[in-house]
Design a protein around this ligand. Structure first.
Ligand code: UT7
Length: 339
């Protein structure tokens, strides 16, 4: 038995922020952002749009792609939850008309899509669910300091979703073996210090006013992360290729987390995947964390570049630190452009 991808969908908030827009308020330039990251613009949530709303819209599209109106379980991967409590997934399930199904959130930053896929596949393989809707949804720009030029240009908002169903390991869409890993010793390389139980208990409980504003925002050690990202994604991708018994020459598309065009290119070079088989959309969306990989898959599938029968290698890396990879043969499914 295997978990098989049977639908895909994505959603981007309509509001686009270009590099030139950012350079009006930040000490940065379009040239710096483009050459250092590959990003030209990113989408950001505006009033009325939040992690849950993005998830509902992407989830509805994935259900429609799968031709389903119901599933047995819903998993939402997010590192920008609407509230600390409760999880957003039950509300998303309710708003999608999915009833009282199993629904929960999962947090694994930019590797959230890979961790979530493995979890959703586990629900199917354990016999807990026959069908699962899995959404990576992020309104992460709300957690980034708009005055910090080191992080503000990097991130964007959006959601991507897949529907999984029970099937056979040898059919197209079947998720291959996974490689997942973490290194919590390096947790502080990418973290938001305030807002959780550690800061609340240290500052004497609720209602404290002593937390510096910047502690509510993301802190990132870009250089150190860069090195880790290249190393971990390369190793993880190599591990999963070996487990799947695929060679690099078998890979039609390398679909890597869009953190930085230079990271994606460096991993592809290490793996020896030629440039024309490397999927990229960071120029239009930035780093959308757990939505990154499904949005990229949706983009390539919607415009026909990713075709049924092609072999895909997925890999991601992010805060935690955490990383993951898997492989699949792309199935015959419909995909709509996000906008
Ligand atoms: O999603 C997974 C987790 N995240 C990542 O994997 C991110 C990994 N890191 C990166 O992508 C890159 O490290 C960044 C894009 C964040 C930064 O690029 P970099 O080439 O590593 O630049 P840097 O941080 O070493 O900074 C180089 C220079 C510095 O100036 P000095 O010290 O050389 O004078 C920075 O102050 O660029 C400066 N700088 C900027 N200049 C203009 C930093 N941010 C900006 C900016 N505009 N936005």
């Amino acid at each position: 038995m295997a978990a098989v991808v049977t639908g895909i969908g994505g959603y981007l908030p309509p509001s686009a922020v270009t590099n030139d827009d950012l350079s009006r308020t930040l000490d940065t330039t379009d040239e710096w952002i483009r050459t250092r990251t590959g990003i030209r613009e990113r989408r950001v949530v505006s009033e009325g749009l939040s992690t849950g709303e993005l998830a509902v819209r992407a989830g509805a599209r994935a259900l429609s792609s799968a031709g389903l109106s119901g599933v047995d379980a819903l998993v939402v991967a997010t590192t920008s939850p609407e509230r600390l409590c409760p999880a957003v997934a039950p509300e998303v399930a309710s708003r999608l008309g999915l009833g009282t199904i199993a629904a929960f959130d999962l947090t694994s930053a930019c590797s959230g899509f890979l961790y979530g896929l493995a979890t959703a596949a586990g629900l199917i393989e354990s016999g807990t669910a026959d069908t699962v809707l899995f959404v990576g949804s992020e309104a992460f720009t709300t957690l980034v300091n708009p005055a910090d030029r080191a992080t503000a240009p990097i991130f964007g908002d959006g959601a991507g979703a897949v529907v999984l169903r029970r099937g056979q390991p040898d059919e197209p869409g079947a998720l291959g073996p996974f490689d997942l890993g973490s290194d919590g010793a390096l947790a502080d390389l990418l973290a938001i210090p305030a807002g959780g139980s550690r800061q609340r208990s240290a500052s004497g409980g609720l209602g404290h006013t002593s937390v510096p504003t910047e502690d509510w925002y993301l802190r990132m050690e870009g250089r150190a992360l860069y090195t880790q990202a290249v190393e971990r994604m390369t190793q993880s991708a190599q591990t999963v290729l070996k487990r799947a018994d695929w060679s690099v020459a078998d890979v039609d598309w390398f679909v890597g987390h869009q953190a930085n065009i230079r990271i994606v290119a460096a991993v592809a070079e290490e793996l020896e995947v030629p440039e024309e088989r490397v999927a990229v959309n960071i120029d239009r969306v930035g780093n959308t964390l757990s939505a990154s990989v499904p949005l990229l898959l949706n983009d390539y599938a919607a415009r026909g570049d990713l075709k049924a029968g092609q072999r895909v290698l997925l890999s991601a890396f992010g805060a935690g630190l955490s990383w993951g990879s898997t492989v699949l043969v792309w199935p015959e499914i419909s995909a709509e452009p996000v906008d």
